[in-house]
Design a binder for this molecule. Structure first.
Ligand SMILES: *Cc1c(COP(=O)(O)O)cnc(C)c1O
Length: 396
């Protein structure tokens, strides 16, 4: 089965994902995925922080099936009940006042850039520059690539969209030096995911907030990965006691159905007036019903609380392991269930491959194993991961 799929993929699909891992999944349930060859895998990556409610959650499946048989898409020319209700949910559960839905994380970030620029344009003092951070990841569209502080993503696409600069993270002086009278916004992931789980310090984000306030600069948090309970709070800004002016979400928001969101405080959100921004698919009945189902499951199963609790347990287990294997593990980082295990460079790829051989899915970010399991995870599954990794490290 898989060989046939591989042959077709090779011939017809653009080769952007290179040599994919040698597996194709056909079914999933909770923490588990089943391959076309009937092998069972434990999903500790959750579709890169997407599958927060696990695979094929029965309530989610039911809600989606019901919606598909009623209505999938209508234009944003009309009112959409689930869209309004999901916007209400997000506002009532965050420090934000208004919402706009997109179809992906990158697209939500594009909306955030446009909103920031529009805010200053409407104020009559246009500013266009957006400062983001080295080692960040913000998406694959041209503007989000320009904001992404990783050379490998930017290089082939130069000249990049102008107006974007990057500075060193956790260095307030670097930010202050780079900012000027054209700086519209500072754009930050509170915990950088894609480059290997690098958290910002509390002190840094608080200083950034003050600096932005003093200089009429907007603070935008990209919570596409850190949001929706991933880091032990519904959104990671809560960990820092710092409220952004604009915030984006995506990944886990639709439980796997594509959806993104730009959220903003009232004083910024009001800059968008009719015609300033738009979307065909964004916030359609199917995607926003998915988002509402995710919120229901979060509430019924206390998944944000579970993320915090299991995250602490996971980190305790991994810290012990890193003491035992201090010659192999460099550092354990992260918050909630976004965890990075940085390994010595010479073994990182082998450990990642051995985990895959042991039917445990993770991702390798430079030398860091990134974990973003479903938030439904239980202690025994964490124990299983820890024991498996322990065995791999013993024998390497
Ligand atoms: C995944 C990710 C994005 C891009 O999301 P897409 O849905 O792939 O466009 C943007 N920002 C962060 C922090 C991400 O992790």
């Amino acid at each position: 089965m898989i060989d046939k799929i591989k042959t077709i993929d090779k011939q017809y699909y653009m080769n952007t994902f290179g040599q994919r891992l040698d597996v194709c999944f056909s079914e999933g349930s909770g923490m588990k995925l089943i391959s076309t060859e009937n092998e069972v895998f434990f999903d500790f990556l959750g579709g890169i922080a997407v599958n927060a409610i696990g695979h094929c959650h029965p309530y989610f499946v039911k809600k989606i099936q019901e919606q598909v048989s009623k209505l999938v898409h209508v234009s944003n020319l009309y009112y959409i009940e689930s869209q309004a209700l999901l916007a209400e949910k997000l506002v009532k559960n965050t420090c934000m006042d208004k919402v706009f839905f997109s179809n992906s994380g990158a697209e939500a970030n594009e909306g955030a850039f446009k909103l920031a620029k529009m805010h200053f344009y409407k104020k009559g003092s246009p500013k266009y520059e957006i400062i983001s951070l080295d080692h960040s990841f913000h998406g694959r569209t041209l503007a989000t690539v320009a904001a992404t502080g990783q050379e490998k993503y930017q290089k082939p696409y130069k000249p990049l969209t102008p107006g974007f600069i990057q500075v060193e993270p956790n260095n307030i002086d670097a930010l202050k030096k780079a900012a000027g009278d054209k700086t519209a916004a500072v754009f930050i992931e509170p915990i950088q995911g894609e480059s290997g789980v690098h958290p910002m310090s509390k002190e840094y984000l608080q200083e950034v907030r003050s600096f932005c306030d003093e200089n009429d600069i907007l603070l935008i948090f990209d919570e596409v990965q850190t949001g929706m309970g991933r880091c032990g709070k519904l959104f990671a800004y809560e960990l820092y006691g710092v409220e952004p002016d604009i915030m984006t979400s995506a990944k886990a928001l639709g439980g796997g159905i594509p959806i993104g969101a730009v959220m903003a405080k009232e004083f910024v959100a009001n800059a968008f007036t009719p015609g300033d921004h738009g979307t065909t698919f964004g916030g359609n009945p199917l995607a926003t019903t998915a988002g509402l189902a995710v919120f229901d499951i979060f509430e019924n199963e206390k998944l944000v609380e579970n993320s915090e609790k299991m995250g602490l347990y996971f980190k305790t287990c991994l810290k012990k392991l890193s003491e035992k294997h201090s010659d192999k593990i460099v550092e354990v980082r992260g918050s909630g269930l976004l965890i990075g295990i940085e390994l010595k460079p010479e073994i990182s790829r082998t450990v990642f491959e051995k985990l895959f051989e042991a039917k445990i899915l993770t991702s390798l970010c430079y030398n860091t194993i990134r974990l973003a399991p479903p938030l439904i995870i239980k202690e025994y599954e964490i124990d299983y991961f820890t024991e498996t990794l322990d065995n791999i490290l013993k024998n390497i």
